[in-house]
Design a protein around this ligand. Structure first.
Ligand code: SAM
Length: 381
């Protein structure tokens, strides 16, 4: 069913917001030591690209073909996509990059997008996702905690799975509002603004514990290779902490200016009787020396069951038994690496598809698992 959010967006989508998002990105990049793409995703992307290249080994141009497709949803300025490009380049991974967002205000101007595609898309618009279909090998979405309600998170995740290829990875990075704090000598020090903001978020049904809830939902969906990493700013270096102090102040200011624009009711939810009181509070935020803002970054990963890989069969041998397929399906980490023996190499010109599945094995629950089987004799494949 198609769903469209009626809730207000609580942050801004202007130039100032873009600057803050870029600062936020720098902080997260430091916390991840520059490794924005998790290791299991790199392994998967590498094996898909190797398999595709092997299918067209006799065409040198295949080294340059972009077989991989990566999407960043609610991309904002697209900064994550531009940053992973460097990591992909270092790994010799060639990928088409697409950024989607409800608003286009923060997209780079036409002509300055280099080779990144930008498209408008509501993450809750199920019909649009169904139209796009399973296209991407890796889907990333970040910092939606102030955007989605707990129920909407499930719709958004289901939608992401619609456009993810079987075997592809889904990756969320969130900073849950429930874990934000501003402290001085261990005591709350935001002057009540952060606490009011959290209460206001709760009222608007935002999920203050979205990190744990996203992970639980990926488990419920029986995704493969689920992973949940938490990085607490408390464990990071002083420079990163100082950057977060600036970011937290800018973030709170953004929430307050957004509430001013939305009117007296929104301001009251943040505990301000008037615009003037809100502006006065804004001017004093984070000025107290020794105040430190904290948060916890949650990185959540899951892999859509299925995906093509090949199992070598000698000519005329029987198809794998159900029990073998069952075993492979339930043990994704033991799936053999794709083996291409020449039988499949004549891919259609310029195809960007992975090898197509030969057997489709029904799975309990939401997903099906597909297996491509090669043999020495093309006729038996
Ligand atoms: C806090 S920003 C995060 C931007 C980006 N992911 C990043 O990490 O820099 C949230 C983004 O969500 C977008 N957004 C809000 N509601 C949305 C929706 N229903 N569908 C898609 N994007 C949405 C906003 O336009 C904004 O760009």
């Amino acid at each position: 069913m198609s769903t469209t959010t009626k809730e207000p967006y609580l942050l801004n989508v202007d130039e100032e917001a873009s600057k803050r998002l870029n600062l936020q990105h720098d902080i997260l990049t430091q916390m991840l030591y520059g490794k924005l793409i998790p290791e299991p995703v790199i392994k998967r992307l590498t094996s898909v690209q190797e398999a595709a290249r092997a299918m067209s080994y006799d065409r040198p141009a295949s080294k340059q073909v972009k077989y991989l497709k990566i999407a960043d949803l609610a991309t904002g300025t697209g900064i994550w996509l531009y940053s992973i490009r460097k990591q992909l380049e270092e790994l010799d991974l060639k990928a088409e990059l697409h950024g989607y967002d409800l608003h286009d205000n923060q997209f780079p101007p036409e002509g300055k997008r280099e080779d990144v595609g930008f498209h408008m898309l509501n993450i809750l618009d199920t019909l649009k996702f169904q139209e796009i279909g399973p296209t991407y090998h890796y889907i990333h979405a970040r910092l939606l905690t102030s955007v989605l309600t707990r129920e909407e998170w499930k719709v958004a995740i289901d939608n992401c799975l619609e456009i993810l290829k079987p075997g592809g990875f889904l990756h969320f990075e969130e900073i849950p509002f429930g874990e934000l704090s501003m402290e001085k000598d261990g005591a709350p020090a935001s002057g009540g603004v952060l606490e009011k903001l959290q209460a206001s978020m709760k009222l608007l049904k935002r999920d203050l514990d979205c990190g744990n809830n996203i992970y639980n939902y990926l488990e419920e969906l029986e995704l493969w290779e689920t992973e949940h990493r938490k990085i607490d700013l408390r464990t990071c270096d002083e420079e990163t902490k100082q950057m977060q102090n600036v970011n937290a102040r800018l973030g709170l200011e953004e929430f307050i200016t957004n509430a001013i624009a939305r009117g007296p009711e929104a301001l009251k939810r943040l505990g301000f009787e008037s615009k003037e009181a809100a502006l006065e509070k804004m001017a004093s935020l984070g000025k107290d020396p020794g105040t430190q803002a904290f948060f916890v970054l949650h990185s959540i990963l899951g892999r859509k069951p299925g995906g093509s890989y090949t199992m070598q069969l000698s000519s005329g041998s029987a198809a794998p038994k159900d029990s073998e397929l069952e075993e492979a399906r339930d043990e994704p980490k033991q799936i053999p690496k794709p083996i291409f023996d020449g039988a499949l190499e004549r891919a259609p010109e310029d195809t960007e598809e992975e090898p197509q599945p030969t057997f489709v094995v029904p799975r309990r629950g939401r997903f099906q698992v597909s297996y491509a089987v090669t043999s020495q004799n093309p006729d038996t494949k």
